[in-house]
Design a protein around this ligand. Structure first.
Ligand code: HEC
Length: 117
């Protein structure tokens, strides 16, 4: 019986891990997931605090400060999404790398930097 339940919990763990790895659809905590996505794909240039990281090292213009309320007010969600998919100025296009739920998460994460929120 003990062996059986141990096998069961290993199987549950494995399926939980697979679900988490599956393109950001895990129901778990989507805010945490959005942060991980942002930190790994965008943090290099935008900083995990959204204030702009180290693009100067790559010869790029410093990205916008996402923690600036006037920047936040000047863009619609659709414009933010569009910049990620198609690029903007020196922002590289990510094309089809992210699916819709991930794009929604990224936009929500950019919004979460808004100090007026
Ligand atoms: C290689 C560095 C780099 C990476 C990686 C990067 N960005 Fe950018 N991003 C920039 C730069 C530089 C700009 C400023 C472009 C400009 O204003 O000309 C920018 C601009 C933007 C804008 C548009 C701001 C505006 O003015 O409307 C958004 C939104 C954005 N980035 C989101 C993201 C997200 C989300 C990711 C991760 C999926 C990401 N970026 C990854 C460098 C980067």
């Amino acid at each position: 019986m003990r062996v059986f339940s141990a096998i069961l919990s290993v199987a549950a763990l494995a399926s939980a891990l697979t679900a988490g790895a599956c393109k950001g659809r895990a129901p778990a905590d989507s805010r945490t997931e959005a942060k991980q996505l942002f930190d790994s794909a965008c943090g290099k240039c935008h900083g995990s605090d959204g204030r702009g990281g180290v693009p100067a090292a790559e010869g790029l213009a410093p990205p916008r400060n996402f923690a600036d309320a006037s920047f936040q007010a000047s863009r619609t969600d659709a414009e933010l999404r569009d910049a990620v998919v198609n690029g903007k100025g020196q922002m590289p296009p990510f094309g089809k790398l992210f699916d819709e739920p991930q794009l929604t998460q990224l936009v929500a994460h950019i919004r979460s930097f808004n100090p007026k929120k």
